[in-house]
Design a binder for this molecule. Structure first.
Ligand code: FAD
Length: 383
């Protein structure tokens, strides 16, 4: 693979870096303390084209390849993982899945609004009783004439309280396909759908995470995304690319941890000289630097495979597994460099660690990634 960025890729990274400096960095601490990023950021992300990356211009997208998408995601993750998550879900899990699986009518209905930041999308797979074993979900879709009636509860849904549309996975009683899971695009103002904000998160506090409850939610059969009974495949295809996006966000966290730790080590003096002069501090810094590079290279490899139309799902699991664990390690090592000051939120590294921690949990825990990689290696499903 060619590790040289093209002019367009370099330009989009610069654009993202400037956007983060201008629109995100000044607010990060306040948003984290307030447990909400300012919603106006969604429109700004749309205006600059970040919510339309890789989507065809015909549907309001801004085009570009997956490496450009990863570069932007990394920069957003470097700035604020809560904002990065808005893009990874609304574009990465929802808009891109509509672009891949949607009918012409669904694409025209949803993509221009999602890519412009006028709509927010959320991805409703996890339930209170099913997380890792997502295929075992209990939400029901019962056919009633030319409609479906949805009943069930979704848990931990990123963007949930803000979203205009939920890509919802339900067990369709009619479906003969894989475990009968079917995907639906459900407007969140549909009667019978209620939402509750999940408070008290360790990290990603700025993100609107919600529980969604569906009681007799009626949607037309045309709301179905992809064939009936093939919804689990829709979900897994979305998550494979989603893992690339999470990995890129983790690279951003690790890079931010490295930048902050190197700067602080040059400024903070102990034993009569900057702590950067102490060998064990240099060990912490070099451990972070190796994690950043390794995570970035694994992530770029996935983007390269996607852009060349080659199989990428197992490589996405490897990148997500490594990058998420690396982000936690990097943020933790950076906190060690900061000493006691790392433990208070005037300095950035505590938030990086809190935000990094969930990356080993969502879109498949580290254990689930290992089982996916193990299955690819052995042909044996050990779930
Ligand atoms: P469980 O599945 O109960 O797992 C608990 C533990 O058991 C884990 O350590 C797991 O690795 C382990 N385990 C489970 N099965 C096995 C096995 N077979 N072998 C070995 N170990 C196993 N979901 C969405 O659908 N949409 C979202 O937008 C979304 N956003 C999220 C945002 C946040 C902040 C959080 C915290 C979660 C979000 N999730 C979302 C849910 C997330 O994907 C799940 O939390 C995750 O899949 C794990 O499920 P669980 O929490 O039910 O844990």
């Amino acid at each position: 693979m060619n590790l040289e960025l093209s002019e367009e890729q370099t330009a989009v990274r610069r654009l993202a870096r400037d956007f983060v400096e201008r629109e995100i960095a000044p607010h990060v601490v306040d948003w984290d303390r307030a447990e909400s990023v300012d919603r106006s950021i969604v429109k700004k992300l749309g205006e600059v084209g970040f919510l339309g990356l890789t989507v065809d211009e015909e549907y309001g997208g801004s085009g570009g390849d997956h490496l450009a998408y990863c570069l932007v995601t990394e920069e957003l993750g470097r700035g604020d993982s809560s904002v990065r998550g808005i893009v990874s879900v609304s574009l990465g899990l929802v808009a891109k899945t509509i672009a891949a699986w949607g009918s012409e009518e669904q694409k025209r209905r949803w993509l221009p609004g999602l890519t412009a930041g006028e709509y927010v999308g959320c991805f409703g797979l996890t339930e209170p009783g099913t997380g890792s074993d997502a295929g075992n979900l209990a939400t029901r879709a019962v056919r009633d004439g030319d409609h479906y009636v949805l009943d069930g509860t979704k848990m931990f849904i990123t963007n949930g309280t803000w979203a205009d549309v939920v890509l919802l996975f339900a067990r369709s009683t009619d479906a003969p396909g894989h475990k009968g899971v079917t995907a639906f695009l459900v407007p969140t103002d549909t009667p019978g759908l209620t939402r509750r904000t999940v408070h008290g998160k360790l990290g990603l506090r700025g993100q609107a995470t919600a529980e969604l409850v569906m009681e007799g939610v009626r949607v037309p059969a045309s709301a179905m995304l992809g064939p009936e009974g093939k919804g689990f495949g829709v979900a897994m295809s979305a998550l494979a690319k989603g893992r690339m996006s999470v990995a890129a966000g983790c690279v951003g966290i690790a890079q931010a941890a490295l930048d902050a730790a190197v700067r602080y080590a040059g400024e903070r003096e102990q034993f009569g000289r900057p702590i950067a002069h102490h060998q064990l501090v240099q060990e912490l810094l070099s451990d972070i630097a190796v994690d950043v590079d390794a995570a970035r290279l694994l992530t770029w490899r996935v983007a390269d495979l996607v852009d060349r139309g080659l199989p990428f799902a197992t490589e996405a699991s490897k990148a997500k597994l490594f990058a998420s664990e690396a982000a936690v390690r990097a943020a933790n090592n950076a906190l060690q460099v900061f000493g006691g000051y790392g433990y208070i939120d005037e300095y950035p590294v505590g938030k990086l660690l809190r935000d990094a921690r969930v990356m080993t949990l969502y879109e498949g825990t580290s254990q689930i990634q290992k089982l996916l990689i193990g299955r690819a290696l052995t042909g044996v499903s050990a779930f």
